[in-house]
Design a protein around this ligand. Structure first.
Ligand SMILES: C[S@@+](CC[C@H](N)C(=O)[O-])C[C@H]1O[C@@H](n2cnc3c(N)ncnc32)[C@H](O)[C@@H]1O
Length: 266
């Protein structure tokens, strides 16, 4: 079951040739080779070739897919499998195919300003981790001293650069980087924020977020956490984060979290 962001049947399988090195790494990190992956990739060996050459670390995964040797199917059934593969990576394909597909999602347009509406950005150094199409960064840039939009996907970084020029935001800088290894020195930012990015490796990610935040600075996370006391919620509240719920789209409540960083010496 996909995210339902757009009709995957309109995208050619060759769109996977736009995936970037980090995304190929994420794609091939999945242990299991589902049948649709085995069928679709063996029917498109040039895409397998591209994955292996763009990111040589995935060679064992590529071999596993080749070894799966699915039985031959009609071109109609192969296309069904290709679409199923797309359904599982609609977000990653949107980022490299057409980032506006992300901005068109209702959760972006209806409640975009709410997560950050209470933050005082004036005169602050701000970091937006996993900046995506840059929407949180643009909000911050309108008020803060400087904002760094940190995003591992190059096509999205290009998108943010173009959009920040169009919006005449001269205090917005775009950099490559991952939440688990942020490319900034310790104690750099007054506010560190992340929309829909926190949660895959919570201890490592939190360590980095705290490291780059100044003593007394703030971390604000809108992880898209459903309105549930789940593992992410337990982790963040145990770390002393405050939280509140907000309506992300009509009828879908999610939680945002914030905390002031206190550094212990020794
Ligand atoms: C769902 S989008 C959110 C974009 C934006 N923060 C927002 O709230 O609209 C998630 C973004 O995080 C990026 N991302 C994924 N894994 C990441 C990681 N390990 N470190 C940093 N960014 C990551 C993706 O490339 C994507 O742009």
């Amino acid at each position: 079951m996909g995210l339902g962001w757009y009709d995957s049947s309109t995208i050619p399988f060759n769109a996977l040739l736009l995936l970037e090195r980090c995304q190929i790494g994420w794609f091939c990190a999945r242990e299991e080779i589902p049948i649709e992956v085995a069928v679709a990739f063996n029917a498109n060996p040039h895409v397998l070739w591209y994955f292996q050459h763009k990111n040589p670390n995935v060679a064992p995964w590529v071999q596993k897919v080749k070894d799966a040797r699915p039985k031959e199917l009609s071109s109609f059934d192969i296309r069904k499998m290709e679409i199923k593969v797309f359904e599982s990576v609609q977000d990653w394909v949107a980022y490299v195919w057409d980032p506006s597909l992300y901005d068109q999602q209702p959760f972006m347009s209806e409640t975009l300003s709410r997560p950050l509406s209470t933050i005082d950005f004036r005169n602050k150094w701000v970091l937006d981790v996993g900046a995506g199409t840059g929407n949180l960064s643009y909000q911050a840039a309108a008020a803060c001293k400087v904002v760094y939009a940190c995003e591992p996907v190059g096509n999205l970084r290009d998108h943010i650069r173009e959009e920040s020029i169009r919006r005449n935001l001269r205090n917005l800088y775009v950099v490559d980087g991952m939440i688990e290894m942020l490319p900034f020195p310790d104690n750099t930012f007054d506010i560190v924020m992340g929309g829909y990015v926190f949660g895959d490796d919570m201890p490592a990610e939190m360590g980095e977020l705290c490291r780059v935040t100044k003593e007394g600075g703030s971390i604000v996370l809108c992880p898209g956490n459903a309105d549930l006391d789940n593992e992410r919620h337990s982790f963040l509240t145990e770390q002393g984060f405050s939280w509140e719920r907000y309506e992300e789209t009509k009828g879908r409540w999610v939680r945002k979290y914030w905390s002031t960083v206190v550094k212990r010496s020794g």
